[in-house]
Design a protein around this ligand. Sequence first.
Ligand code: 0X9
Ligand code: ZN
Length: 451
Amino acid sequence: MKGLQTERYPRSSPRLQKKKERLFLILILCLPLLFVSPVSPAAQDYGDRDIISLSGTEDILSKLNGLSLDFLMEWKGRVYIVASPTDLVRLQERNIPYVLESDRFYRRLFSETAAQTSLNGAFHSYAETERELMTLAQDHPLIARVVDLGDSLEGRNIYALKISRNVHLDENKPAMLITGCHHAREWISVEVALLFCRHLLENDALNADIKALIDSGEVWVVPVVNPDGLEYSIHSYRYWRKNRRNNGTASFGVDLNRNYGHMWGYDEVGSSSDPDSEVYRGTGAFSEPESQAIRDLFSRRDFRALISYHSYSQVILYPWGYKHDPSVDEGLLAGLARQMADLMRPVNGRDYGVERAGDGFYLTNGDTTDWAYGEYGVPAYTIELPPVDQLYGGFFNSEADIQSIFAENLPAMLFLLNWTVSDSGSDLPFRSDSPKTDTKRKPAKIKSPRR
Ligand code: 0X9
Ligand code: ZN
């Protein structure tokens, strides 16, 4: 299946295959529960997308090359796709038979069993994120500070929370960056980022290890990289993925995780030049203010590690993503990832896979982690949060799972922060083996990001 232009294509590993077979039974019994949505039916607008299924034979799949489809899942020999009207026309032009499945999905996804009391329930909207960050900074003024990294396309603020002792001084300490919500529909990524902030701040006075990390390092958390997309996903179309760039010709959105400037547009497999595609890379590297905000922040501080949170798949991914081959730092990147997965497993018993992004998962180019590693030589991870696949709910995490998903990610974040503060000095820079399009990792400039 590798090589399809997928933004999401569940891997067919034996582990997953067995799980899928077992799941079939569970699915029959629990279908209504699996598709409980956080979104109330009345307020949901499904936009113009349909869910369709196609036969998963090689013959049919080979005809999909070049179509940049938004793959949802593979189930019982059929491939499920979120299709735009243009996708449907293209499939018809190629004589590819498909079955409309929207009714089946949406009826169950957005049923009256929806557990939440508002559109986004316990998941934070843009305004709620803003309030939470302000509250955290107000409650912990010496160690937390809200920094406005710039405006989104629609004029929302892209916020970071900086956490460090003497937070208002530029002490140029080794820094780690956590990001959430590059992709609008991946709401759980915002929660993990926010809860990490709260955990550090509330435990500074209680836990000597955390105090030491805050003393000697800087944590930067950008819970919502894509605020316009998040709001659109809450209010208009739950499956929205990209930002809200008006591409003209009635097409919206750039995939921010294809817009970063390392190997941007390397090929048409890992990203698309088609504005209608869910993995549209934009008109140029860093064409979008949201990715620019992360680029500019990175250039100002001494970042030594990055975790970019996404969902779903329950896996830790490391560079390269733009090609199948390992980087020269394969051992180091994989080693840190394995240690993170080992720390996460005991918390709830959930096993996070560890894979090189472009090999075990699928090819992407212009993603955040290839850029951070490729340009700065720092370990950079995409963590795809639970569930493991679409049959367990895909992008629809239950409110009840937020806390446990955060809890299992906490040791990984603390581990990488500890590595940032204690070990990165001797291990960095990782060597990174591809031509640079920007300068290498360099000492941070002592300059304050604008507020
Ligand atoms: O496709 C993506 O951007 C990420 N998956 S998601 O389902 N959250 O959209 C994966 C990015 C992983 N990075 C690479 N494969 N390079
Ligand atoms: Zn994502």
